[in-house]
Design a protein around this ligand. Structure first.
Ligand SMILES: C[S@@+](CC[C@H](N)C(=O)[O-])C[C@H]1O[C@@H](n2cnc3c(N)ncnc32)[C@H](O)[C@@H]1O
Length: 213
């Protein structure tokens, strides 16, 4: 995880972290403590920002064991999952044999350009170094057809003072990472000529919906 932002995402370190965590991942997030407080509710609330229809093609980046994509699959979406961690993907594939899953990352999505209706991602974007975030959004937009959107839910904050208040409240259970702030995401959207809708989901979670102007 990128507690110290060194310029580029350390993909090997992130992969090793999640490969090692994979078998305990679901049980540990189900407890929902610290910055994962309200994890189930935030994914559900974020999912409502996108309209889903039967047969819709949805790609989840950082799919993990599949928890966010499940919400869309239940509404009839066809799921493609991409993740850096082969072990997380193995668990996901064992649970959802009807989904396509590929090893890949935010900057290299192994999916055809303009082929998807929606790209989603939950609790993975903050793992990217700040310098890689514009490239990651660009890569997500590449795989979207016209009219497609990128829906992101993560540990994120309206501004630095809210982040500091959450860090103070959670104290010992706070996990220090480079969490996105709304102004950072708005600036990236502006640079990439995208529209952005930002929504506060709780005092530790937020969502962003990015689409072409
Ligand atoms: C905290 S887990 C979230 C998993 C799932 N989306 C969820 O909400 O439960 C983060 C996931 O993102 C993956 N990940 C982290 N950085 C990534 C990157 N740069 N590209 C693709 N996947 C990444 C990790 O391997 C891990 O499976």
């Amino acid at each position: 995880m990128n507690s110290k932002d060194t310029g580029q995402t350390d993909l090997q370190r992130v992969r090793e972290t999640f490969d090692a965590w994979a078998d305990r991942y679901d049980a540990s997030v189900a407890k929902g403590g610290g910055v994962m407080e309200g994890y189930d509710r935030s994914r559900l609330r974020a999912s409502r920002l996108a309209s889903v229809h039967q047969g819709m093609l949805v790609t989840d980046i950082g799919i993990g064991t599949g928890a966010f994509a499940e919400i869309f699959a239940q509404q009839g979406a066809q799921i493609t999952g991409v993740d850096l961690s082969p072990r997380m993907l193995e668990i996901c594939a064992a649970r959802h044999s009807e989904w396509q899953v590929f090893v890949g990352d935010f900057l290299h999505i192994p999916v055809t350009s303009a082929s998807q209706d929606l790209v989603i991602s939950s609790f993975a974007f903050h793992e990217l170094a700040v310098a890689d975030r514009a490239g990651a959004i660009n890569e997500c937009m590449r795989v979207l057809g016209s009219g497609g959107s990128f829906l992101l839910v993560d540990i994120m904050f309206e501004d630095l003072s809210r982040l500091q208040a959450a860090r103070e409240r959670l104290r010992d259970s706070w996990d220090e990472e480079n969490y996105p702030l709304f102004p950072e995401l708005s600036e990236l959207a502006g640079q990439l000529s995208l529209e952005i809708r930002l929504e506060v989901l709780s005092d530790v979670h937020g969502a962003a919906l990015l689409s072409r102007r």
